[in-house]
Design a protein around this ligand. Structure first.
Ligand code: SF4
Length: 90
């Protein structure tokens, strides 16, 4: 399957080739501001951010959001019926 990374004419993600920084970090995840800064200027930021907000994340920085902040966003404001169980939590 071809991806944007394979197509030299397509906008390239800033995280390409930087998985250690975006996915394999150890210890605390990047802060909200650090995650935003990591993705700032990426030509795919808008779409990536939208996707990140629609998925329950497990790890990494997507669309300028660290996984822990995406998880909190889903818990506080479920965007998908699959996470409606969150509404029953206090
Ligand atoms: S916005 Fe998405 S595609 Fe762009 S650098 Fe961040 S994680 Fe990568």
């Amino acid at each position: 399957m071809a991806t944007a990374v394979d197509d030299e004419g397509a906008p390239q993600p800033l995280c390409a080739g930087r998985s250690a920084e975006f996915m394999d970090y150890e210890g605390y995840p990047p802060s909200e501001d650090e995650a935003k800064a990591m993705c700032a200027g990426c030509p795919l930021l808008e779409q990536c951010n939208l996707n990140a907000r629609q998925q329950l994340p497990s790890w990494g920085v997507w669309g300028g959001i660290a996984w822990i902040d995406r998880r909190q966003a889903h818990i506080l404001k479920p965007a998908d019926p699959r996470w409606s169980w969150c509404e029953n939590e206090t």
